[in-house]
Design a protein around this ligand. Structure first.
Ligand SMILES: Nc1ncnc2c1ncn2[C@@H]1O[C@H](COP(=O)(O)OP(=O)(O)OP(=O)(O)O)[C@@H](O)[C@H]1O
Ligand SMILES: Nc1nc2c(c(=O)[nH]1)N[C@H]1C(S)=C(S)[C@@H](COP(=O)(O)O)O[C@H]1N2
Length: 176
């Protein structure tokens, strides 16, 4: 069986220029390592907040690398250079607005500025794309909320069976 691949894409002008280290991409990898019992391999990309580049990388991660899941971080806010949701929507066949709704709602427990994130999710073929905000601490806050629905979503789109560690996070599969 082929290895399960998960894309981790950081969109940040400053992190990609080396002004600061990207802490959010590695935080996604670490969080997923804790959640998943299935063998998997991260495919990491660090790019600037440039819409054509984000779209190209999302397409490459799913169509080229065969990632069943791509988690992005950064570029979800209202600033002029924040375009990750637009790039996500442009490459997806179907949008899943419930992901953004839930993450914003849960994030409000942590910061009143949670409503500034336009983060969304959607599917492209057999891949699921989920946007997270740029702040390193938001990674865990957001993934914890939506991850229980992720394995079943990937089942439904014909991706690999993701097994989670039930001591860390519960996956909900209504039909199993
Ligand atoms: N990938 C990241 N790694 C580490 N820290 C980050 C990252 N993204 C954001 N931050 C931190 O959160 C703060 C606010 O995030 P902001 O949304 O302005 O970042 P950004 O959009 O990635 O930055 P840029 O404007 O350079 O693209 C940043 O000043 C930085 O301290
Ligand atoms: N869980 C969580 N969500 C959060 C935050 C956070 O710290 N934790 N920061 C908010 C802030 S301050 C902004 S501006 C938006 C967008 O961030 P981004 O442009 O880095 O994606 O996410 C929001 N969502």
């Amino acid at each position: 069986m082929s290895t399960i691949k998960i894309g981790v894409l950081t969109a940040s002008d400053r992190a990609s220029a080396g002004v600061y280290d990207d802490l959010s991409g590695p935080a996604i990898v670490e969080t997923l390592k804790r959640y998943l019992k299935s063998e998997w391999q991260p495919v990491y990309r660090l790019i600037s907040d440039d819409r054509p580049t984000i779209e190209r990388e999302l397409i490459q991660l799913i169509d080229g690398e065969g990632c069943c899941l791509v988690v992005t971080t950064g570029g979800t806010g209202p600033a002029p250079r924040d375009v990750t949701p637009e790039a996500t929507e442009a490459v997806c066949d179907k949008l899943l607005p419930g992901f953004g709704e839930l993450m914003r709602s849960v994030s409000l427990r942590y910061v009143p500025t949670a409503i500034l994130s336009r983060q969304t999710a959607g599917t492209r073929g057999r891949g699921l794309i989920i946007n997270l905000p740029g702040k390193p601490k938001s990674i865990r806050e957001c993934l914890e909320a939506v991850f229980p629905a992720v394995p079943y979503c990937i089942d439904l789109i014909g991706g690999p069976y993701l097994e989670v560690d039930p001591a860390v996070i519960q996956a909900f599969r209504p039909r199993s």
